[in-house]
Design a protein around this ligand. Structure first.
Ligand code: SF4
Ligand code: SF4
Length: 145
């Protein structure tokens, strides 16, 4: 382990991040809004691509911030370069960062258009209500038999 890694407190071992599909419907924005209701979740856009990041410590990290499986750790860990990483200031810019459901909702409203957003929300809720009513009817009929 390098001196820099020893000093940094293993920032890169305390979260994971992966690409997600770019949302373009109300429902897809709602899924992401739900992710953001959870602790430690952020979503960002980088060069047009969407990513979700989750603060969650790797199980293989020891209390002294060393990797307990260093010799066999996953390839992604081997590829990570301490010369341009979270700690040493790699290129970690983003076009937009969403930390809360409210920030995402504001972006969704702007992207879909406020009126279209409102319509899509009303339509989705009406559809859900209809489905729920159908389910309740079918349960009632089932009980009658
Ligand atoms: S690679 Fe960078 S972020 Fe990870 S432990 Fe080393 S210095 Fe810290
Ligand atoms: S496997 Fe080791 S190097 Fe990789 S994230 Fe976990 S503790 Fe860090």
């Amino acid at each position: 382990m390098s001196k820099t890694c020893r000093e940094c407190g293993a920032k890169c071992c305390k979260y994971f991040c992966f690409e997600i599909d770019e949302p373009d419907t109300f429902e897809e924005f709602e899924d992401i809004r739900w992710y953001l209701c959870h602790e430690g979740v952020t979503v960002h856009i980088d060069e047009g691509d969407w990513y979700m990041s989750i603060d969650n410590k790797c199980k293989m990290l020891a209390d002294d911030n060393t990797c307990t499986i260093y010799a066999t750790h996953p390839l992604i860990c081997s590829k990570y370069d301490p010369k341009s990483c979270d700690h040493t200031g790699g290129d970690y810019g983003y076009d937009a960062l969403f930390r809360t459901p409210e920030e995402l909702e504001a972006y969704a409203r702007k992207t879909l258009g406020p009126a279209a957003y409102k319509r899509a929300r009303a339509k989705a809720l009406a559809k859900l209500k209809k489905r729920q009513e159908k389910k309740n009817r079918s349960r009632k009929n089932h009980r009658k038999k």
